[in-house]
Design a protein around this ligand. Structure first.
Ligand code: ASP
Length: 354
């Protein structure tokens, strides 16, 4: 299993340099991520770099259109994440990584900070938009988490689009699976039924085989009614086995939002560590205890990932201040608010101030 062992110091970036008091809080605010990992300037071609930035801007635009029109933080998160789920650049929906058995098993969660209601799904194989399924669990079921076939059945029963599993296939992720399985001396499964032939690559050229971009997607939002929300969607880890589920659908690990505590969090990285450290909930507790969101995010990522693994988080506070913290050299990320234009970043040293 691929696992990065970076010793990089954690990097944290605040979007606004001025103290909070010096700025009027935005009416609404929105931030996204598209996964953290070893993403350095020489690991992306100029075309790939531009494609990721354009994809981040499309997602920011989708979220801000909802929020600027007075829509809810949940709707903004769903709109942005659905776009990223359809985009093969990211490890969510179409373009998700494969299990060792050659399947795409998709996890997602969403949480409404206003009432602490949450919905999560794990191991979906036919629902086009896992984030919509998580939202439906939140709003249309008495439960918080559904898994596997039952979760797909529930999603279909509430009218969510079902697709052939081959819809999620991309050549790039298949090659990533082959490489991971070879490293682990595991057998390479047959290409999924319905997948295009090996020569018909349907996305960007395969990236270098040492790439460690995870590609999970997530969003955090504060809407004009002051409601915080968080959502995350992922294919999990390449070559996962035995029904492995990561942190994304575990409420409090990879996804959490609470107006009471004043935060919304979406994480990305080696999920096992995020689960063990209850990262998302812990960040909220730190904020409730008086930490700024940036300090809380940074301290939590440092502490949690001292257990092992790498990753990052995005955090939104009740003042609409987004914060980003990571232990990796990069994280696809972006932010926009009623008072700041959309901006996107990839590498750890990029400043997101407008
Ligand atoms: N956190 C995800 C998982 O462990 C993977 C990722 O964010 O890249 O399933």
């Amino acid at each position: 299993m691929l696992r990065s062992r970076l010793t990089l110091a954690a990097v944290a970036l605040a979007l606004f340099a001025a103290p909070a008091a010096a700025q009027e809080a935005p009416r609404w605010s929105f931030a996204i991520h598209g996964g953290a990992g070893v993403i350095e300037r020489d690991s992306l071609t100029p075309e790939q770099d531009a494609a990721y930035r354009a994809a981040l801007h499309r997602a920011l635009e989708a979220g801000s259109a909802v929020l600027a029109a007075g829509g809810s933080s949940l709707d903004a998160i769903q709109a942005a994440i659905e776009l990223m789920e359809d985009d093969p650049l990211f490890n969510a929906g179409r373009g998700a990584v494969f299990t060792a058995a050659g399947r795409n098993e998709l996890d997602a969660a969403v949480m409404n900070g206003a009432d602490l209601n949450a919905g999560a799904v794990a191991g979906l194989t036919t629902t086009r938009h896992p984030i919509a399924a998580a939202r439906a669990v939140l709003e249309q079921s008495p439960h918080v988490m559904l898994i596997g076939e039952g979760a797909d059945t529930f999603a279909a029963s509430v009218g969510l689009e079902q697709v052939d599993p081959a819809f999620f296939f991309t050549e790039r992720r298949w090659r990533g699976l082959e490489s991971a399985l070879r490293q682990q001396n595991l057998p390479i499964p047959e290409r999924p039924v319905g997948a295009p032939g090996p020569m018909a690559a349907n996305d960007l050229p395969a990236p270098p085989l040492n790439e460690r971009k995870f590609g999970t997607v997530g969003a955090v939002a504060l809407d004009s009614q002051g409601r915080l929300a968080a959502g995350t969607s992922t294919g999990g880890m390449t070559a996962k086995r035995w029904g492995r589920v990561g942190d994304v659908p575990v409420i409090g690990a990879g996804t959490y939002a609470s107006n009471r505590e004043g935060c919304a969090v979406s994480a990305t990285g080696d999920g096992e560590y995020f689960i063990r450290a209850s990262v998302a909930r812990d960040i909220c507790s730190r904020i409730a205890g008086g930490s700024t969101s940036l300090t809380a995010a940074q301290a939590e990522v440092d502490d949690a990932l001292s257990l092992g693994g790498t990753g990052g988080v995005i955090v939104m506070d009740t003042e609409g201040r987004p914060s980003f913290a990571m232990t990796t050299s990069g994280m696809y990320r972006g932010a926009v608010s009623s008072s700041q234009p959309a901006r996107a970043a990839i590498y750890g040293d990029e400043d997101l101030r407008p």
